[in-house]
Design a binder for this molecule. Sequence first.
Ligand SMILES: [Zn+2]
Length: 253
Amino acid sequence: MKIKFVGTSNANPHPGRSQTCIHVEANGLGHVLDCGDGAATKLWLDGDIDWSCLRALLVTHLHPDHASGAFALLHLLHQRARENPSWGIHDREAFKLCVPDGKGAHRFTQVLGALHVDRDMLAYNLNYEYYRAGMVFTAGGLKITAYPTSHCEDAHSLCLEAEGKRIVFSGDLAEPAEITEHAGGADLLICECAHFHPRQLVPELAAMRASHYVITHMHDDLLADPEATESLFLPLTKAGKVTLAQDGLVLEL
Ligand SMILES: [Zn+2]
């Protein structure tokens, strides 16, 4: 698997960072994990991302810094698909929009219609997956399990499996302990740090014994002082490799 951190900001704009977005290449297909403001543009301009392989957008929760770029992504994929009639998503395959089930999901799909990017308006097949806590489903080349968090209504962490590897993405959490139920032994554990201090998060993450930790979606105070932030996460390096995410970071599993 190849993982590219397209957007690593928190909900506020930061120079050089778009809002949350991760591109996961697995089994020869592309998957977008959250798509906040600015992220669709970044994906479009990224010469390394093959749009013909895009098969899914997985949204952890419906806050704008995780989901507002979805409309632009669906529209840009329409532009590219229209120019490329041989792409599989025109007929035999589809692009899957995966959103947490609930009242928000249905309002979200109504907005798709208002913005002319609903299923019957696009040059490609668009399928919806309304996922729920505990549900296991597939999208593109990934097997996905959803775990609830109490960050907001219908918020989830997602566990992605492919090619014998397991990635856990925290989404947004109400507290660090919410990531611990399902992240043990992950090959890659991607965790936000916008809603609590690293001193609360580090012990919980260390107990997970992940091979590699990536900290993203960091609080303003952490982004303002990278050296101090690095030292706050130093204790976690005893448990596994630690990387503080920046836009453009690429990892291979
Ligand atoms: Zn967020």
